[in-house]
Design a protein around this ligand. Sequence first.
Ligand SMILES: Nc1ncnc2c1ncn2[C@@H]1O[C@H](COP(=O)(O)OP(=O)(O)O)[C@@H](O)[C@H]1O
Ligand SMILES: [Mg+2]
Length: 220
Amino acid sequence: MSTKVISFVTLKGGSGKTTLLMLTAAAIHNRTDKKLLVIDSDPQLSVKQIFLQENNPKSFDVFAINWTQPNPQEYFDKVLTLAKRKYDLIFMDLPPGRITDPTIYYSIMASDILIVPVVASQLDINATTAFLEQLPELKKERPLKPLEVFGVINKQDQSIEYKHLSKLVGIGGLEIFYSTLSNLVRYKRGVSTFKDIANPADANDEFNRYFDEFRLKCFI
Ligand SMILES: Nc1ncnc2c1ncn2[C@@H]1O[C@H](COP(=O)(O)OP(=O)(O)O)[C@@H](O)[C@H]1O
Ligand SMILES: [Mg+2]
C-alpha cells in the first residue's frame, strides 16, 4: 500500500494543530504497526523540540524541514520521496499562515488528507471559512489526486458558537468529525512522542472515540 500523507493545517495559530497531531501520532505509534514519520514544517519546531527533550528510543520518528533552503520545494520533494520508501504514514505539522505561503502550499499539494482543528469562536470560524474557500482552486491543480478534508472540533466547551460550525460543512469539501475534543488540561500536558494520552481499552474516553473515527475515516 502507498504511504498516506496527512497534514494538520489551519490559517490560525492556537487552534490545536500541533497538539492534535502529537496526540494522534502517539496513538498510531502505540496502537498500530504503522511506521510513522512526523515532518515538522513549523519554524517554531514544536514537535522536534519535544522529540529532542524526551530523547526516548521508543519515539516515533521526527524530521524537521528547513524551508529557508535555497530550493525548498526540491528539497521537500526529495525528503518526501525518501520517506515514502520507509514509512506507511507521514504526518505534517504546519505553521499558521496563508495558503499561498510555500510551506503550506507545497505541503497541502503533497497531502492525501487534511485535518483541520476548529475552535468554536467567531474568529476561528471566519479564518477557517477563508481557508476552506481557497481549497477548490488548489484541488483544480491536482485533478487526479483526491484531497479529503476533515474538521475536528477542538477545545469544545458549552458555548453556543458550536452551533455555527455546521456552516463550514461542505466548504472546500469539509466533513466534520462527529467526535470532538474538549478543552482539557491533560491535552496541554500530555503531548509526547512516545506516550499515549489515553488507555486504549477505555471506551468512554473522548480521545479514543476521536482516534477510532480518525482511523475509520482515514482508512488506517
Ligand atoms: N483540546 C485542548 N484542550 C486544552 N488545551 C488545548 C487543547 N488543544 C490545544 N490546546 C492548547 O492550546 C494551545 C495551542 O495549541 P497548539 O497545538 O500549539 O496549536 P497550533 O499548533 O494550532 O498553533 C497550546 O497551549 C495547547 O496546549
Ligand atoms: Mg503548531
